[in-house]
Design a protein around this ligand. Structure first.
Ligand code: ADP
Ligand code: MG
Length: 314
């Protein structure tokens, strides 16, 4: 899941960059600040991400998402502005991707339990019965009361495919509001590049080679003030009886998406968009991914199972 960053500080840098790490949002997070390099800005940013994680973690029974899920089919739940914003975004992006990204797969992703140390292929009939309920119209948002209602008691919210991209953007925005002009936020491979590497020179982000040990990369992406978010079948997966099962699900079947893509990176100034689209593109496969990225005006880098590299500039 790690993305290698090829960064260097030019001789003109007046300060050494500072990097801090923390485990949050179920992944290793790192922030590097290249100017105004003061740890306090990073600490504040980590606190904001932790707060968002506390609201969105569906496995924490005190979180707002857990509360929405507990009240599925029962009642609307009033939530904070932060939670309402990301849930609204998730609904809009599900519609924009014709459902390839769908934030209502929680009940099915719980069955697959990719995060659990014990792996079992779920019962096919159970998956089929659950997938019939996955309908984005069952996610009802009331802007006036800032409430979220799952009108079907069987569906559950899972923001796993959008939360880290959204958080990386929030982190970059906060650093910018502190006057930081150049920083890299890396939330488990969801990278946000704030500013540029040096005047007129883009940051260079290495994209992990799925076949190589962590640290190797198969291509690089150049960008400034943009998120680079990668989804891949190599990131979280398990094998049972010689069959490999990965964590990106086809919302139409509830099974790991059968895709010709091994890794897809999306490049966009909008972190939540980049994250949701990386998952949607994986589900759609390389042809559909290219069409979607053209339509949404984002950059794309795909590695297919036959080893082809497809690039699309924003
Ligand atoms: P990662 O979280 O590893 O960076 P993704 O952004 O692609 O990878 O998100 C995958 C996670 O999102 C899964 O672990 C699952 O919780 C959820 N998910 C799986 N398939 C979909 C999908 N088609 N639409 C929305 N969420 C999904
Ligand atoms: Mg994603």
């Amino acid at each position: 899941m790690l993305i290698v960053l090829l960064t260097s500080c030019l001789l003109s840098c007046s300060q050494e960059p500072i990097t801090c790490h923390e485990f949050m949002m179920d992944t290793q997070c790192a922030i590097t600040v290249y100017d105004r390099a003061d740890e306090k800005y990073i600490e504040q940013t980590f606190a904001l991400i932790r707060d968002l994680d506390d609201r969105l973690d569906r496995y924490d029974e005190d979180s707002e998402i857990a509360m929405i899920n507990r009240n599925a089919g029962i009642a609307p739940v009033c939530v904070s502005e932060q939670t309402f914003e990301i849930v609204s975004r998730a609904k809009a992006l599900s519609e924009a991707t014709d459902g390839a990204f769908n934030p209502l797969l929680g009940a099915i992703s719980s069955l697959w339990a990719f995060d659990s140390p014990v792996h079992e292929v779920p019962d096919a009939a159970l998956v089929s019965s659950l997938v019939e309920h996955v309908d984005i119209d069952c996610l009802v948002l009331d802007e006036e009361h800032m409430s979220v209602f799952l009108t079907d008691g069987v569906i559950q919210l899972d923001l796993g495919a959008i939360a880290k991209g959204h958080a990386s953007q929030m982190a970059a925005d906060h650093l910018a509001s502190c006057g930081v002009e150049r920083a890299i936020v890396n939330l488990g491979g969801n990278v946000y590049c704030l500013g540029s590497r040096s005047p007129g020179e883009d940051w260079v982000v290495g994209i992990q080679n799925p076949q190589a040990a962590t640290g190797g990369y198969f291509a690089t992406v150049r960008c400034s003030d943009a998120a680079v978010v990668t989804s891949g079948s190599y990131q979280r997966h398990f094998e049972v009886d010689g069959v490999d099962y990965h964590h990106i699900l086809d919302p139409a079947t509830g099974w790991p998406a059968e895709s010709d893509i091994v890794s897809v990176s999306i490049i966009s100034p909008d972190g939540a968009l980049a994250d949701a689209l990386s998952t949607a593109c994986f589900v759609l496969g390389s042809r559909g991914a290219e069409d979607l990225c053209r339509r949404m005006g984002v950059g794309m880098l795909v590695l297919t199972s036959s080893g082809e590299i497809i690039r699309l500039d924003a």
